[in-house]
Design a protein around this ligand. Structure first.
Ligand code: ZN
Length: 172
């Protein structure tokens, strides 16, 4: 069995998650996101005591994540920092480790679910179902796929908005 490790995003660090039993990883981008003094100090402490390791994903890892989020429609919701966290999990998985991502961000959790990478929340409960995005016309309610790039409806010219959808599951 591959060794279990944790990958923390900013919410994981701010929430005070730090495994004493398994290795904790994060990216340097996440570290720069930590702004409050208390979290910054405990992070510095954890880094000095080697309780947490900074590791960077490769361009290849990030490319793999981008492919998935383009399909899921979560692209607009994820920052480069978010993508980096997911990509780091992809990298660690390829290094034959078994990463669990610690994050309270639903968009990150959504992508992880699709990529079959385990995650856990720090403060809130994780989402139950994979959700996607659809776009719809505010006027005539015509729906468009999440990757539709137009800003106006093809039918009536009203602005396009978007909303979350639950994944349709075929339960037999
Ligand atoms: Zn319309």
């Amino acid at each position: 069995m591959s060794k279990k490790v944790f990958v923390l995003d900013a919410s994981g660090i701010i929430g005070g998650f730090l495994s004493g039993k398994y290795s904790n990883y994060t990216t340097s981008q996440v570290v720069t996101e930590i702004k409050d003094i208390k979290s910054e100090l405990s992070l510095q402490d954890a880094l000095e005591n080697k309780q947490i390791t900074i590791k960077e994903p490769s361009t290849r890892d990030i490319g793999e994540v981008e492919k998935v989020i383009t399909r899921s429609g979560d692209l607009l919701r994820l920052s480069d920092v978010d993508k980096g966290v997911i990509a780091l999990a992809v990298k660690l998985k390829r290094d034959d480790l078994s990463p669990t991502v610690v994050t309270d961000d639903y968009s990150i959790q959504n992508v992880l679910k699709i990529m079959e990478i385990p995650f856990r929340s720090v403060l809130t409960r994780g989402i139950e179902d994979v959700v996607g995005w659809i776009k719809f016309c505010k006027g005539c309610k015509k729906t468009y796929p999440a990757n539709y790039t137009g800003t106006d409806c093809e039918i009536c010219g009203s602005p396009i908005s978007r909303k979350r959808t639950k994944k349709v599951t075929n339960k037999k």
